[in-house]
Design a protein around this ligand. Structure first.
Ligand code: SF4
Length: 350
């Protein structure tokens, strides 16, 4: 069996930053740390932090006043910020800067009086947060059917935005329907679908047809992990998303000569390594790391986090929290003392 291991895969800079925030807080604060929603959409990350005493909740009235509350990487609506302020909570905003950018676009367009079509999944935390910035100006478009039927007040005063973790396949189709129906619709100045989503999907799109199976590591509530499997299936290659090795059904890979392995932006690298080790042990698989360009994206710790670190005389790291594109190192794992097996960019060494 030949395993093509996607590079990049797994943690993006936004996830690395958000997890780092909560991880550092557990070492900094004595009382419980509350996080609004899952810090990132991965069951392993959440349960590892729960084991360190972190409490994940969306019930702000249940949080004791003056507690520390972290907003997850997906961002929150102004109503959540207001509820936290009314409860006198100390908030740390771990929203990914690329999500914050979409919030800012929504606010700006709403202030300009434009009607906004937000392409995304209505029940996803990121879309809930963005929609909450200007609910009276934003309509959510989830599908091609929605794009065909959505009615607008003034087709000449329209703009679209997208969720950062959409399938690029779906987004293209939806946007082209909207552009056909509303030729004057404007788009955001830059791409809203983020670099990490684009890069991970790009590798699957490029290699899916040349392998027998595609295996995605990521949780079922991780939008970008689910989309990776869809991108492969759209190209006719059987694909499966698993949370971890325990969910891998050997039937899925039985008879396959080549498998592309990738991981969603919130999936820890050690889960990928466990799957790779399994393929090497059971199938004597050869590992080939796809040599896609590295990402090199870094996000600094949020200002609210640096402030609380300063108050506690903690050393504030210079620059940002980075993730090596080839999966060699993950700073937050070292700090969480999570076992980590390294793999070289050339593959084979596990
Ligand atoms: S997937 Fe993209 S938008 Fe989401 S946290 Fe990562 S970099 Fe940010």
């Amino acid at each position: 069996m030949r395993i093509l291991l996607s590079n990049p895969r797994g943690f993006c800079a936004g996830v690395a930053m958000a997890v780092e925030v909560v991880d550092r807080l557990t070492n900094l604060i004595d009382g419980p740390i509350y996080v609004f929603h899952d810090i990132v959409h991965n069951t392993h990350v959440v349960s590892r932090l729960e084991a360190k005493g972190v409490i994940f909740t969306e019930d702000i009235p249940s949080i004791p006043p003056n507690s520390v509350l972290v907003f997850s990487a997906h961002g929150v609506s102004p109503k959540v910020r207001e509820a936290a302020a009314n409860r006198n909570l100390r908030t740390i905003d771990a929203t990914c800067p690329l999500v914050t950018k979409v919030h800012a676009e929504a606010v700006r367009y709403a202030n300009l009086g434009l009607e906004i079509l937000l392409i995304g999944h209505a029940d996803h935390q990121e879309v809930i947060g963005t929609h909450g910035e200007a609910p009276e100006s934003i309509r959510i478009v989830e599908s091609e059917d929605d794009a065909k039927s959505v009615s607008v007040q003034d087709p000449s005063n329209l703009v679209y935005l997208t969720q950062t973790t959409l399938s690029t396949d779906d987004a293209e189709k939806i946007i082209s329907i909207l552009q056909e129906r509303f030729p004057l619709i404007k788009g955001p100045p830059g791409e809203d679908i983020c670099y990490a989503t684009t890069n991970r999907q790009g590798v699957v799109a490029a290699y899916a047809k040349s392998v027998d199976r595609v295996l995605v590591i990521g949780s079922s509530n991780s939008s970008n992990s689910v989309r990776l499997a869809e991108i492969a299936e759209n190209r006719g290659t059987p694909a499966c998303r698993i949370d971890d090795l325990r969910e891998l059904k050997d039937d899925f890979v039985m008879g396959a000569e080549s498998v592309l392995v990738t991981a969603g932006a919130s999936a820890p690298e050690d889960l990928v390594q466990q799957v790779i080790s399994h393929f090497v042990t059971l199938y004597k698989a050869d590992i080939e790391v796809i040599d896609a360009p590295g990402e090199g994206m870094k996000f600094p710790l949020p200002r609210s986090m640096r402030k609380i670190m300063k108050e506690n005389d903690a050393e504030i790291p210079r620059g940002g929290i980075s993730v090596d594109a080839d999966g060699k190192t993950r700073d937050w794992m070292t700090q969480s003392q999570i076992p980590f097996i390294s793999i070289t960019a050339e593959g084979h060494s596990i």
